[in-house]
Every structure is written in C-alpha cells, then in structure tokens.
Design a protein around this ligand. Structure first.
Ligand code: FES
Length: 80
C-alpha cells in the first residue's frame, strides 16, 4: 500500500523544525529507495501549532517532531 506522508509547512511548524524534518524525510526515502512507494506533500497550517511541528503518516498525526523522532517513526513504519 502506498504510504501518504503529509508535512505541515505552516510557519509555526516550519520554523520549529519541519524545515529540517522535510530534508530528513526526503533523504530517508531516497536512501532507502522508497520514493515510488510514498506520496509526499506539504500542507498549510494544520491547526495544531501548539504541538508543532507535526507530520501526518497515513492519517496518523505525529506531534513535536524532531530529527531523531522522525527517523524512528520512518524506520518503524517501513520495516515491514
Ligand atoms: S503551522 Fe503546523 S499546525 Fe500550524
């Protein structure tokens, strides 16, 4: 099944870490040859700035994302 990753690019999320998280995810997908299995897109403020930055994977919202957390969640998601 295709994985849908949505990254919030509203100003709060973006300035609090999603700028780096975006690069982290892109590198991870590239390095693991996963680009074809993933639809990856940004969206505007998701109304959860209080727990930003947020990333949504297949409808599940992950909050307060930083680089280690992002890598951990990606690894858990894709090692099936
Ligand atoms: S900027 Fe991401 S939830 Fe508001």
């Amino acid at each position: 099944m295709e994985t849908k990753i949505v990254i919030c690019q509203g100003s709060s999320c973006f300035s609090r870490g999603n700028k780096q998280n975006l690069a982290v995810i892109q590198n991870y997908l590239k390095n693991n040859n996963l680009m074809a299995d993933v639809s990856f897109k940004g969206q505007l403020c998701s109304n959860k700035c209080d727990v930003s930055p947020i990333i949504i994977i297949n409808g599940e919202i992950f909050t307060e994302m930083d680089e280690p957390k992002t890598l951990k969640i990606l690894a858990a998601h894709f090692k099936k």
